[in-house]
Design a protein. Structure first.
Length: 524
């Protein structure tokens, strides 16, 4: 039985008891997850293919079989769509290792229900995130009518978090962004890049339509085509055409291999010139908050314009300056030669997201302080930022913590935004990171991690109310948090093991969980 895209979405919605759109079905077809046929120009889906796919994705039973019956499936947020996990300002800027806002809402929200009988926080309480990251806790605290303090050793992390919760004159921001877009478009027009990219895209589309049809990914999945061999052959076949176009339009693709500067190592010369041009234009903007917002948009733009493959955006391997076979998209793709389209897209998207958040914002205070949470004096530092906020915090004290410390040996937090440190001149404090990738996961690294996280909680206790609640999101496969709690003078009163369904890693089908530890003072 064959179904139209609309009929397929209706069937899947009824089967899963959640909304599945025709666009979701199209995505599954494009990525070879389900079969399709084309009849009279109409895309049709075999019902059996849908049943096979969705029956295999009834995950709860399989996950509990592998991870244990103590898995709290409520905390999977299985029916929450990506548009909600990345709502409004949460998607203003990419950031590895952040938790979804629904997890913060669950533990901070003041309402009770059958799944969460206890209430730990009230409106107007002060919440602390000593590993603030990209500011998810700050944003959700604002939505829930709570004050929030963040602290982070990364200057760029603090920049992201504070930019998300700031208040802007959106009309002025829009006008300034349009001015910069206009002068950038004129700047790009003089370089010949747009004509080159148009010709390259046209030629590449014809090539991909011929050698990578809609059925290609399905044939790879079923083993009919050896993706690695076939992709390499077609990549080599198109390179001659690419080099001819580069020579014809005199495009500079030379990049230094010995440069210590991230911007020179990972951006094509034309891209660097455009970035510097926009950066200079932004610095001409007089209003400080508007300038900061534009800087965030520029940072988001340049992250998307690094000279790498689509599959390696998260973990850079080596600079790419030619067309290449793309494993992610199943065709030959090209590097970027201009930031213009991304800059325009992100200006529009970012302003829309700030506008959406402005409708939800409450009259509360949030700020992320740059500093080492093992030693930082939160009250003193906050006074330097906002005396009114500092007075509220000192009067009430901090009711509790919601945070996710770095996972040991997983991410170098400064390095993931190296382009921003290079361009904006932020001071790097890599040596103060707790549990960074470059120190590994060995015994010495784990001991250092335990000491570092425990010192953070010990320091933060100075600023907490007596009956505090601390919630820590962690994947504690080394069983470090009982020791951390003991050293910090706390004890674990509860823990919630949740399945992580919305991962960004390549292998999304592997089962994976994290634990939310609930800690209190030893006397409570």
């Amino acid at each position: 039985m064959l179904l139209t895209l609309k009929q397929a979405s209706q069937w899947a919605s009824a089967y899963l008891n959640k909304n599945v759109t025709p666009a979701n079905i199209t995505y599954l077809i494009q990525y070879g997850r389900i079969d399709s046929v084309v009849s009279n120009g109409l895309t049709l889906v075999p019902k059996q293919s849908l049943e096979d796919y969705y029956s295999l994705n009834r995950r709860e039973t399989r996950w509990k079989d592998e991870l244990g019956d103590d898995l709290n499936w409520t905390l999977a947020f299985e029916k929450v769509k990506e548009a909600e996990t990345t709502k409004h300002v949460h998607r203003l800027h990419p950031y590895k290792g952040k938790f979804i806002p629904q997890l913060v809402e669950y533990f901070l929200d003041t309402h009770t229900d059958n799944f969460k009988p206890d209430v730990y926080f009230r409106p107007s309480d002060v919440v602390l995130d000593p590993f603030c990251g990209s500011g998810t806790t700050l944003v959700q605290a604002n939505e829930l009518g709570m004050h929030a303090i963040g602290a982070d050793v990364s200057a760029f992390n603090a920049f992201i978090g504070n930019a998300k919760v700031a208040t802007y004159d959106l009309t002025r921001l829009y006008e300034e962004s349009r001015k910069i877009t206009t002068v950038l478009r004129n700047f790009v027009a003089t370089s010949g890049i747009l004509e080159f990219e148009s010709k390259l895209a046209e030629t590449l589309t014809g090539f991909n339509n011929q050698y990578f049809p809609v059925s290609f990914k399905r044939q790879v999945r079923t083993g009919e085509i050896d993706q690695k061999r076939y992709g390499a052959e077609k990549e080599a076949a198109f390179l001659q055409t690419y080099h001819k176009l580069v020579a014809e339009y005199q495009i500079d693709t030379q990049m230094p291999t010995d440069s210590a500067r991230f911007m020179k190592q990972w951006y094509l010369p034309g891209i660097r010139a455009e970035i510097d041009f926009v950066h200079d234009e932004i610095r001409k903007v007089k209003e400080a908050s508007t300038q900061r917002a534009l800087m965030l948009i520029l940072s988001r733009t340049i992250r998307s314009c690094r000279a790498t493959t689509h599959a390696d955006l998260g973990t850079l391997r080596e600079p790419v300056t030619t067309t290449y076979y793309c494993r992610k998209h199943g065709k030959v793709c090209k590097p970027l030669f201009s930031i213009l389209s991304w800059w325009e897209r992100y200006c529009k998207d970012s302003i829309q997201r700030w506008a959406e958040f402005s409708k939800l914002k409450t009259d509360t205070f949030q700020h992320c302080i740059i500093g080492d949470s093992r030693t930082i004096d939160l009250f003193t530092m906050l006074k330097q930022v906002d005396m009114q906020f500092a007075a509220i915090v000192q009067k009430q004290k901090i009711k509790g913590i919601f945070t996710s410390p770095p996972y040991v040996g997983l991410i170098n937090y400064h390095e993931q935004h190296a382009y921003a440190y290079d361009l904006f001149g932020f001071k790097r404090l890599d040596e103060l990171e707790i549990g960074p990738l470059f120190r590994g996961k060995g015994r010495e690294a784990r001991a250092s991690y335990i000491h570092g996280v425990a010192e953070v909680f010990k320091n933060c206790k100075r600023f907490l109310a007596d009956d505090y609640d601390v919630f820590v999101v962690a994947n504690d496969k080394f069983n470090m948090y009982p020791t951390i709690a003991e050293i910090a003078g706390m004890h674990i009163v509860n823990q919630h093991k949740r399945p992580v369904l919305n991962r960004t890693e390549k292998n999304r089908e592997s089962v994976y969980s994290e634990t939310i530890f609930h800690l209190k003072g030893k006397g409570n």
